[in-house]
Design a binder for this molecule. Structure first.
Ligand SMILES: Cc1ncc(COP(=O)(O)O)c(C=O)c1O
Length: 392
């Protein structure tokens, strides 16, 4: 399979890990060679309930017996999407009450950017340095990583960058700004948490100048940080919330949520302000609904803080400079890129899946399923410490 994977499937790096997957269940992934891997990455925060969670699988199977796809987004009332958006509104602050369902995180970002320009009549968008919001043209335009964006220029215009957590930069948000877009916790940059009331200050500045605040919760969302959404740790409600990844319990989905007043602008001038064929697909929405029900009806959110504590207790080693992040969104910061890579590759050899972060090369990603057990955490951390002890 590996040969055909490399030959026929488009590759994005010269040396993909190329594990040949047989099946996955709970916190484990199994290769076709019969090797078992404990998964500390969860498909990069996507498999919030682990692999093939029975509640998600049953919801999908049930929906498969009724209908799959019947119409483009927004024309017909389809139970799973309606129930999902209603339940989400119930769990969000009152103002965030209308949701547009998309196929991916990056499409949700595109929708949010369009909505912000439409709602304010302004064009300028401000993003943070080292941010990652996705890889379609609009989302890519929010990335100030020259090496990665240069070949794709010209990107969309009127975008500027501020430094995350730097209060001084907030004066760059002005009456010309349509929206400021931030990850609530910066992911690719190294799991950087807002400090010193940063988000509150950004929001206050946005209110002062009439700009919208868009928060990207695609990684921290859905219980990963111990609350349903990361912004709930702060005294801030975004004007537009963007979600994805863990939302679908392992299936592809994203969404952006705003007030009815703002969201309804997509109906008019022009109408069909955002179009998608498969957004809100019934099978995927059924999986998202089961995932949200499970996360909000179980103790998983509270437990993720207990699990964070255990990780922090067990992962103490001279080669670990610090552990950044919150809940089950943790980044081990090592002394060098080489050491981070050695840890990731050696752990994989021993049956533990870890991964890199996009920009912070000295980091090792730990974003396990929320359903991981304390025993599994001990097992995986034991492997990491053994590998660290062998590094010269
Ligand atoms: C913070 C953040 N925003 C947006 C995206 C894009 O989501 P997707 O890959 O579903 O398009 C990602 C994906 O890694 C992300 O981490």
């Amino acid at each position: 399979m590996k040969e055909d994977f490399l030959k026929y499937q488009a590759q994005t790096t010269p040396h993909p890990l190329a594990l040949e997957i047989s099946h996955a269940k709970g916190s484990y992934i199994y290769s076709i060679q019969g090797k078992k891997y404990l998964d500390f990455v969860a498909g990069v925060s996507a498999c919030s309930l682990g692999h093939c969670h029975p509640r998600v699988v049953n919801a999908v199977k049930e929906q498969l017996d009724s209908y799959l796809h019947v119409m483009v987004y927004g024309e017909y009332a389809q139970g799973p999407a309606v129930e999902y958006t209603k339940l989400l509104a119930h769990h969000l602050p009152e103002k965030l009450n209308k949701t547009y369902l998309t196929n991916s995180g990056t499409e949700a970002i595109e929708g949010a950017l369009k909505l912000a320009r439409r709602a304010t009549g302004r064009t300028e968008l401000i993003a943070a340095k080292n941010a990652y919001h996705g890889n379609t043209m609009g989302s890519l335009s929010l990335m100030d990583y020259e090496e990665r964006v240069k070949p794709f220029r010209p990107l969309i215009g009127d975008i500027s960058f501020i430094k995350f957590n730097l209060g001084e930069d907030l004066k760059r948000i002005t009456h010309k700004t349509a929206a400021v877009i931030l990850e609530t916790i910066q992911g690719g940059a190294g799991f950087i948490v807002p400090e010193n009331n940063y988000l509150e200050k950004v929001k206050a500045r946005c209110v002062e100048v009439g700009a919208l605040l868009i928060l990207d919760e695609i990684q921290p969302g859905f219980g990963r940080t111990g609350k349903l959404f990361g912004f709930q740790y702060f005294q801030v409600v975004p004007d537009i919330l963007v979600i994805g990844k863990g939302m679908g319990g392992g299936l592809p989905i994203g969404a952006f949520t705003a007030s009815e007043e703002v969201m309804d602008l997509l109906m008019d001038n022009p109408k069909l302000g955002h179009i998608t064929t498969f957004g809100g697909n019934a099978v995927i929405a059924a999986a998202a609904l089961a995932t949200l029900q499970e996360i909000t009806q179980s103790d998983l959110m509270a437990e993720s803080l207990e699990k964070e504590k255990l990780f922090r207790e067990l992962l103490v080693h001279p080669l670990l400079n610090k552990i950044r992040g919150k809940g089950l969104m943790l980044a081990l910061i090592t002394p060098s890129e080489e050491i981070a890579t050695e840890i990731i590759l050696k752990c994989q050899d021993r049956g533990l899946i870890l991964f890199w972060l996009l920009f912070e090369k000295k980091a090792v990603r730990i974003t396990p399923p929320l359903t991981i057990s304390m025993e599994e955490i001990k097992e995986g951390c034991g492997i990491i410490i053994d590998v660290l002890n062998e590094i010269k």
